[in-house]
Design a protein around this ligand. Sequence first.
Ligand SMILES: Nc1ncnc2c1ncn2[C@@H]1O[C@H](COP(=O)(O)OP(=O)(O)OP(=O)(O)O)[C@@H](O)[C@H]1O
Ligand SMILES: [Mg+2]
Length: 428
Amino acid sequence: MVLTPTAVGAGVFLLLGTLTPLGALASAFAGLAVGAALALHLASTLHAGIEETENELRDLIDENFSETIYEKNKLETILRYMTDGTVAVDLEGFIIHANESARKILRMTDDDVRRKGYDDIILRFTDDLTLAAILDDLESGETGGSFSYGGATYDVSFGTFKDSYGDDGGVIIIFRDVTESQELRNIQAEFVANASHELKTPLTSIKGYAETLLAGGIDDPDMSKMALDIINKEVDRMKRLVNDLLQLSRLDANRQTWHMRETDVIALVRMAAKKQGVTAGGKRQQLNLLSKDKSFVLTIDRDRIEQVVTNIISNAIKYTREGGRIDVEVVRDDHWLYIVVLDNGIGMSERELSRVFERFYTGNKARSGEMSGTGLGLSISKKIIDEHGGHIVVQSELGHGTRVVISLPLKPPKNAEDSQEHMADSNA
Ligand SMILES: Nc1ncnc2c1ncn2[C@@H]1O[C@H](COP(=O)(O)OP(=O)(O)OP(=O)(O)O)[C@@H](O)[C@H]1O
Ligand SMILES: [Mg+2]
């Protein structure tokens, strides 16, 4: 058994205290001894305790510190790679933090960040987003705004942050570049306006002739025939337009189903040209098919490529005067097959040429006049050729003619192979 100083002291104290009159004194000594022993013990325990607590505290601080560093690094990395510009400004208007994107958006130099106040910088672009304006907005419950600069549009959102005492420490302002989505919204709005306009024109004409017939025109056989002819043509035009719109929407949404099959491209081009022979003949145009090869097989979506070739040849016929000439040629090199459609028609200016693939673009109406369609043909063609991994290039000279080159890769693109395998699977 091990006797601790406390146990020894307590034993002496009990013994003396009960046997002699000097018990009190003795017990006082004994008490002292016990106290000393106790103090000794306490001190050593306390020392060990302090050391332990100190270690624990140090561990805790270390842990908290590395956690803080970790959080700080994490936050900095997030801010650095955020495409949104983020600026933190204290209530006196000093920039506490500006990430890379914010520096780019607000064209801030390091010196700006160090020396300039937030207002000095934002005032270069707009006076709606000064610190005072933002604080006013926040006061009235608004948390965002927008500004445009140099052709770009930014959505801005802001909010306050608290300091370590829980008081308002400043504001965080986030700038998001919405130029692209804004442009997309404009394009969509323009598209709907164009489509409605294109539908309204034939509808107005149909309504007009139907009313003429109802108002008595029906009793005049010549008048009836003319009105019905026009109504019939306008309905065809509307049908074509609606089909084109539906196809564009399928292509845009990647919902177009592709049937990639081995196809003799020469035979396909010959057939497309032949189908338009009558129209060309009606304008006394020469439509020639030139190709060294008798046949050439390529994996393509037959119907869609025929649609493209038909559109390009029909453009050549439409935009070439009576008696003109159209040459359709199929050539190839080691990697590509080219379908070339050359006409000696009205041609296009450089400005018109730069816009031919835009939806609803129909060029200079004064020259193409009645001939022009709805301006969807080339934009649909481009999407179809893109999907085949190919290119479509238009060259033109005003008054001299136009040359359209469709190039298709001899090796089908990856998705075309997949689609072919898929078809083979589903046929099995
Ligand atoms: N071979 C060509 N010669 C001269 N201009 C052309 C030729 N091909 C196209 N263009 C011009 O480009 C415009 C756009 O052509 P696109 O085929 O997309 O539309 P479209 O022929 O007017 O109508 P759609 O094909 O939808 O019926 C035409 O309106 C025309 O002004
Ligand atoms: Mg066309």
